[in-house]
Design a protein around this ligand. Structure first.
Ligand code: NAD
Length: 422
């Protein structure tokens, strides 16, 4: 049993984000004024989105766009469609974007958006009307030099295409750079679809080197089989790793012999879930997290590894493809158990890195090959991993705190030199 005694933990993502920030601010010895500037979101917009449903009924959905920081450049961050989205969740995700962009050293602040909706219950037409009205409502604060959204949970390149078209109609000209993660036919970047997972692969390889694990014979469990999780599974499988379990919101599958992630994704696309995938047993999301494996990839939502289950995690590396999957109390337990956590603001930063490349390509009107995109992505992720690791070693802290010290330090310095207006 762990000797870390924490009686109760908060699962409020914004409180968790604040706590992670404060830990780094203590190491950096930031004064109270700087702390409150860096902690407080710059703008929070709440919008109501009326949508005429297919049956003629009108339903009103609530949406958010939060810009946490604009200090190092325009805000950048995804849009999530989920029935449980809250303003506090979006504030947390926006602040994690600030620290993520600073960790990989790209010239952005942090933002995030969300709509409280289960998109799986809407028709394509309803989803398009909801997206276009939400884009119109938040158009007062987004744009290529102000705040650039991208896909997140249950939003897709198609969602981005509708937003780009809506903003373009409002501006009276085509505005390619106002969102990233767009389809390739519409100013999208080669490699963006796989970028989050590729960043996770690069950082997992480096973590394996640190831990003396041979990735080509490692076992991997992946929770969440969407953009981040399914492609991370496929890329790690290409590296020779054995994917022993995978899951989505409906449950998971397990096989000690290994699952072919590409076949599993095809099966999910055809049948709507992973259930009954040949030669695999059913497994719950809870059981998946506690499997005996080398690498655990949480790639779904926040608060997956908590005080309640951290003690039972057996993986040697946790690669956080998701945002906020580990609570601070769980983090302390994992550290005590010697588990190397590749923190979300590093591990899943490949997505925003290639979003940055997409934005640069859109602004220049000049597009790169997939080889170039992947080369710059790998370089960015490798440099960031090394800097985070060096910072962690210097301060004798875990990789998460190392990443926060690096990122918060960069944003604090930029804030200091910009000064306060007026
Ligand atoms: P997605 O919509 O493509 O996939 C989400 C997956 O999670 C689906 O398979 C869904 O079934 C599963 N899921 C949902 N609830 C679950 C639950 N309670 N238990 C298990 N599985 C569940 O979303 P995505 O883009 O892959 O995002 C996943 C995570 O990665 C999120 O935390 C997101 O913020 C993060 N992320 C995504 C990107 C990106 O570029 N898409 C970038 C950085 C971080």
């Amino acid at each position: 049993m762990s000797t870390v005694t924490l009686s109760k933990e908060t699962l409020n993502p914004f409180e968790i984000a604040q706590k992670q920030f404060e830990t780094a601010a203590d190491y950096l010895k930031l004064d109270a004024g700087m702390r409150s500037m860096l902690k407080t979101p710059k703008r929070q917009l709440i919008v109501s989105i009326p949508v005429r449903m297919d049956n003629g009924e009108i339903r009103v959905f609530e949406g958010y766009r939060v810009q946490h920081s604009l200090t190092r450049g325009p805000a950048k961050g995804g849009i999530r469609y989920h029935p449980d989205v809250t303003l506090d969740e979006v504030k947390a995700l926006a602040s994690w974007m600030t620290w993520k962009c600073a960790t990989v050293n790209i010239p952005y602040g942090g933002g995030k958006g969300g709509v409280r909706v289960d998109p799986r219950t809407l028709s394509l037409g309803e989803l398009e009307r909801l997206t276009r009205r939400y884009a119109t409502e938040i158009s007062v604060i987004i744009g290529p030099d102000r705040d650039i959204p991208a896909p997140d949970v249950y939003t897709t390149p198609q969602t981005m295409a509708w937003i780009m078209d809506t903003i373009s109609m409002l501006h009276g000209h085509t505005e390619l750079g106002c969102v990233t993660g767009k389809p390739l036919s519409l100013g999208g970047s080669k490699g963006r679809h796989e970028a989050t997972a590729r960043g996770c692969q690069v950082t997992t390889r480096l973590a394996c080197e640190l831990k003396g694990i041979n990735l080509s014979s490692a076992t991997v469990a992946v929770q969440g089989f969407g953009n981040a999780g399914s492609i991370a599974a496929a890329l790690l499988h290409e590296d020779g790793a054995k994917i022993i379990a995978a899951s989505d919101s409906k449950g998971g599958i397990y096989s000690r012999k290994g699952i072919d992630p590409v076949e599993a994704l095809k099966f999910k696309e055809q049948t709507g879930s992973l259930f009954n995938f040949p030669d695999a047993e059913p497994i719950t999301n809870r059981e998946l997290l506690q499997l005996n494996c080398d690498i655990l990839v949480p790639a779904a939502l926040e608060n997956t590894i908590t005080l309640e289950n951290a003690d039972r995690i057996k993986a040697k590396i946790v690669a956080e493809a998701a945002n906020g999957p580990t609570t601070p109390a769980a983090d302390a337990i994992l550290a005590e158990k010697g588990i190397l956590v590749i923190p979300d603001i590093l591990c899943n930063a490949g997505g925003v890195t290639v979003s940055y490349f997409e934005w640069v390509q859109d602004l220049y009107g000049f597009f790169w090959s997939e080889i170039e995109v992947n080369k710059y992505l790998e370089r960015t992720m490798t440099n960031a991993f090394k800097e985070v690791h060096a910072t962690a070693e210097k301060h004798k802290v875990n990789m998460r705190t190392g990443a926060y010290i690096l990122a918060v330090g960069r944003v604090a310095e930029a804030t200091q030199v910009r000064g306060i207006f007026p």
